[in-house]
Design a protein around this ligand. Structure first.
Ligand SMILES: O=C(O)CCC(=O)C(=O)O
Ligand SMILES: [Fe+2]
Length: 415
């Protein structure tokens, strides 16, 4: 079956952000579904069905966060699970403003908050600290990982500069609101998979100890003659990721059978220069290149994707799709690029294993793919998160950090 996709996506929505050049018309884009948060919050069955389909087909979709005048929606009587897309959009704008101040700090001040040597991935990651591929290519971004449990006051405060410390209430509110969105998405997937009600919720409690975090990413414009990847191809290793950005550059590798939306104007004059798809300058074949499509940022919308934990739990019924970040196409190449990401991950003690014994759908899928008797390598979420995140900071551990090992997880096959 051809993956569900919105071919006319950009005919209906505004894709230009104030004070930024428009997204280039000269590149292929990903035909992701646009799902309405308001409809999900109100229990709309056909919207839930679209969500379920797209999480099996590609595992990436837009979530329209705008809720008009409706105000927050109470989904299950628990205050912390209240859905408030408008509040998230407002808080997201404030965090984008904050990023300018954070990254304007002197480099020697920022590196004081890099805690890799202590085995801690919360804090600052400087330019080039991560390895993108087996050749040892370095990333071209800087980011800050801010722990959920820290900003909610569940754990000892991590060292952070005043610009971040002063905004703890904003982070706490953003995390609470965004976590509620991921709870709702996982509740729908939980029920569609036929799992015992509340299985995913119990493993992703707001105050549960976990590697959940906000990541604030900054990528400066790259030199015109050297425009390439800033973050290499990867899958996210957690459960559900909520991403906001304004400048393009994110690409997904399209699943088999899903075609990109072709460029609407190949001669778009705003498209200047060409990006290289590998940092050592080697050209990708046209065929390899054609597998990738840009995810166009849309105002008022988050990009949501599933991570490896959901693929593991569902034995591949749900898809954790490969993506990467490249120099923004067209005139946006000269812009500072900021992204705001919220990652949920299973609580530290949860074992990452398939739930075939708990779900007929998952068991059927295991049988169909000849894996019902396969012995799994089981990690706890804590082991997995450490291996995946810190492993990318050192060449000796890179190959264990999701390089090739993840291939089977990435290929979520539809049952
Ligand atoms: O910056 C982006 O658009 C995506 C970032 C991302 O994929 C990540 O941090 O895992
Ligand atoms: Fe990612």
């Amino acid at each position: 079956m051809a993956p569900a996709a919105d071919k006319d996506l950009f005919d209906h929505v505004e894709t230009t952000f104030p004070s930024l050049p428009p997204f280039s018309k000269a590149v292929p884009t990903a035909p992701l579904l646009r799902i309405s948060l308001q409809k999900l919050a109100n229990g709309d069955q056909s919207e839930e069905a679209r969500l379920w389909d797209t999480c099996r087909d590609v595992g990436f979709f837009y979530l329209d966060m705008r809720m008009g005048d409706s105000g927050p929606v109470d989904v299950d009587g628990v205050k912390e699970n209240e859905i408030d897309g408008n509040a998230i959009l407002d808080e997201k704008d404030r965090l984008f403003e904050l990023m300018k101040d954070m990254y304007a700090l002197p480099a020697e001040e920022k590196v004081k908050y890099d805690r890799t040597a202590e085995g801690i991935y919360f804090g600052y990651k400087s330019f080039g600290r991560n390895i993108l591929d087996k050749k040892g290519t370095r990333d071209r971004n800087e980011y800050w990982n801010v722990s959920k449990n820290d900003v909610l006051g569940d754990s000892e405060p991590q060292p952070n500069p005043d610009v971040i410390k002063e905004k703890r209430p904003l982070f706490a509110s953003y995390v609470t609101h965004t976590h509620a969105i991921t709870t709702l998405i996982m509740r729908i997937l939980n029920d569609k998979l036929g799992l015992q009600p509340g299985t995913f919720a119990e493993w992703h409690r707001l105050h549960g100890p976990s590697g959940d975090q906000v990541r604030l990413i900054h990528v400066p414009p790259q030199p015109p003659d050297d425009r390439t990847l800033s973050n290499g191809e990867h899958t996210d290793f957690g459960s559900v990721t909520v991403l906001f950005n304004k400048v393009g550059g994110l690409q997904i590798r399209l699943p088999p059978g899903m075609n990109p939306i072709p460029p609407s104007d190949v001669d778009d004059p705003s498209t200047i220069g060409k990006v290289k798809y590998s940092q050592d300058g080697s050209e990708m074949t046209a065929e390899e290149d054609s597998e990738w499509a840009y995810v166009v940022p849309i105002p008022g919308h988050a990009v949501i994707n599933l991570g490896d934990a959901m693929t593991k739990f569902s034995a591949g019924v749900l898809r954790s799709n490969i993506h990467r970040v490249i120099s923004p196409p067209g005139a946006q190449a000269d812009c500072e690029r900021y992204s705001l990401v919220y990652f949920t991950r299973p609580e530290y003690d949860v074992k990452l294993r398939h739930l075939g014994a708990e779900s007929e759908i998952i068991m059927e899928h295991l049988k169909k793919t000849g894996r019902e008797n396969e012995v799994e390598e089981v990690y706890t979420s804590r082991e997995w998160v450490n291996k995946m995140s810190l492993g990318r900071r050192d060449m000796t551990t890179w190959s264990h950090s999701g390089g090739k090992k993840m291939d089977n997880l990435r290929q979520g096959v539809k049952t």
